[in-house]
Design a binder for this molecule. Sequence first.
Ligand code: ATP
Ligand code: MG
Length: 380
Amino acid sequence: MRILQTGAAKAALFNPQEALDQLPNSILILDKTLGTVIYANTAAEVSLKISRKSLMGVELRDVFGENSVLEDVIIQFKLDGMTQRIDLLLGFGPLRADQKEFLAYLILAPLEGADLVILEWFEIDQQNKSAREERLIMQARANKELMRNLAHEIKNPLGGIRGAAQLLDYELPDPSLKEYTKVMIKEVDRLQTLVDRLLAPHKRQKQIAQVNIHEVLERVRSVVLAEFAQGLSITRFYDVSLPEIIGDKEILIQALLNIVHNAAQILEERIAHADALIRLETSISRNITIAKKRFKLALNVYIIDNGPGIAADIIDHIFLPLVSGRPSGSGLGLTLAQSFIQMHGGFISVQSEPGKTIFHILIPYTSPDFLNNIEPRGQT
Ligand SMILES: Nc1ncnc2c1ncn2[C@@H]1O[C@H](COP(=O)(O)OP(=O)(O)OP(=O)(O)O)[C@@H](O)[C@H]1O
Ligand SMILES: [Mg+2]
């Protein structure tokens, strides 16, 4: 009897709307004619990039546009009232015509007892994406370890080599031979800078505090605009209602600077034509999984540029150390950025085509304890 009462009390507290918002699949509840949306869960808002408020009362056609496959499914559903399941390409209607279509597994089912219809979907490559992300995270960890050890091995003898080259330089009787010792010293210094860059993030103790991501982005924006004063616009689409994240502000600035700086560098040609554009965007995602850990809230930062896109031969490797498409690049900027974001429990991914490159930084909302436990610090 007691158990029953507890169950009843729990049932009274149970809020089906909240439960729908917890689900990873996107859900729209439609009126029985399948004409208009009467409810959208959080995952649907994220998938469609349309707010729940804007979805209410909207016609399905305005959400997904003209879609003959979807229309056939709807006709079938209206005919037999049976649950329909299908893989299909979902496009966007006038509400978000700027978005790209995506492959989804869709289920259309009657909402028993309510005279309503439930339209549920999930993006099919989501699963592949998660597996890929996980692989990249593991790879990045292994790389970091390798690079750290290698950097140490290189760093140790560098001082000796430089000293010896300097001594040789003093002793050489023929000034024309000094050319060679100068080259040796210059190259040793270049290696030293490279190695220092590799080791720097592992030396510094993390300084964890509340961070306003928009302050970080504004700082990055002003630094890049100071260097690229003409021909480049950096526009902002900030969700100013975002709560602060927990993180290390300086490290986050460095990570974002590396990405925005790359974009500005690659935009050289457009800068000359004064139509180079970088767009900084922030938003929030709910119920996100990163490296098998589930987070209730995560911050998205998108850095989008209208440059030529990432060269096809390097796009799969750009987060690996020493991969560069620039003659004078050392190929460390993105390796470090990925490592810095992973220190925050997050992840950077990229999508690129000519005219549009999108770097997506995902940072979960966590606690200081969580961040301090990600990786032991100060070992080097
Ligand atoms: N927004 C972008 N558009 C096109 N290509 C890009 C973009 N961002 C990065 N890349 C490519 O990825 C490569 C790797 O970038 P990364 O920052 O790791 O190294 P880098 O810029 O070459 O050298 P550095 O260590 O000085 O940053 C770049 O050389 C460039 O070819
Ligand atoms: Mg770079």
